[in-house]
Design a binder for this molecule. Structure first.
Ligand code: TMP
Ligand code: ASP
Length: 253
């Protein structure tokens, strides 16, 4: 078998050259990191679950006409995606105060926000992804005004859609992080959703118990990380009812 060319390796995913020009293969690892790589672990099965959850979410978004890089899932850990030029921003959308916003502004975790708030961080590990404003983004040419407008509109649309999708599974979408890319099609450039949407990149709370069902379980040493991700997948109808396999059991705390 021929060895594939690795294009890029991140903390939780690897990108390989795809079968056709303009495509890539996105491979989901079991590696988990937090606090800019200070805390690390391998969580058996996380990559498989994130591949499935991200496939589900991206497919639903494609179906409502929200352009994404996702083409199709190939196997347990890999998906075929369109090659895009990643815009170096982490776009965070918040509905409820939590995490760094709670810390920075002294707002108790769980406080509903008066409206959805979008924040931009400059994607640069060495700097710990610092928060930036539109002024920085346009002055340093990380994105144009038009791209920022597209990103804001798409992020709010993703938020509305995902809030409803998760609510149908009795899950509250507290916040999430998305990334966008430039898709070059001949003379045209389009802004599309890229990367992944999974419990690694969202805060998801059980609507009835408040139980955390996302990567905060890892960040805060709560245990039961993959079990919680599996419960998210089960509630969304992606995997079957818990039945024997250990990965499918979620026993709360
Ligand atoms: P924060 O409260 O730590 O800033 O996180 C906001 C959201 O962004 C939360 O859903 C987790 C997600 N996130 C990432 O996906 N990657 C990151 O590197 C960080 C810091 C947060
Ligand atoms: N991007 C962060 C890191 O690796 C992870 C996080 O807190 O979500 O370390």
């Amino acid at each position: 078998m021929a060895k594939r060319r690795k294009i890029y390796e991140g903390k939780a995913k690897i990108l390989y050259e795809g079968p056709e020009p303009g495509t890539l293969i996105q491979y989901f690892k079991d590696d988990a990191t937090a606090f800019n790589n200070e805390k690390r672990a391998v969580l058996d099965g996380k990559g498989v679950l994130n591949n499935r959850i991200s496939e589900f979410v991206m497919t639903q978004l494609n179906n409502i006409g929200l352009p994404t890089h996702f083409l199709k899932r190939l196997n347990m850990r890999e998906q075929l995606i369109r090659e895009v030029e990643i815009i170096p921003l982490e776009v965070i959308c918040r509905n409820v105060a939590a995490g760094s916003m709670s810390k920075r502004l002294g707002i108790e975790e769980g406080t509903p926000l008066p409206r959805s708030i979008i924040e931009f961080c400059y994607k640069k590990d060495e700097l710990g992804d610092p928060m930036v404003t539109e002024e920085h983004i346009t002055a340093f040419n990380w994105a144009t005004h038009q791209e920022i407008d597209d990103i804001l509109a798409m992020t709010l649309r993703i938020n509305d859609f995902l809030t409803g999708l998760f609510a149908g599974a009795r899950i509250k979408l507290v916040d999430f992080k998305v990334e966008f890319g430039r898709l070059y099609e001949g003379e045209m450039v389009r802004t599309v959703l890229a990367d992944e949407i999974s419990p690694d990149s969202c805060r998801l709370w059980d609507m009835d118990t408040g139980e955390k069902m996302d990567k905060d379980r890892f960040r805060r040493d709560m245990g039961g990380v993959t079990e919680a991700y599996a419960e998210v997948a089960r509630r969304l109808g992606i995997i079957k009812e818990a039945g024997g396999a250990e990965i499918l059991s979620f026993n709360g705390k």
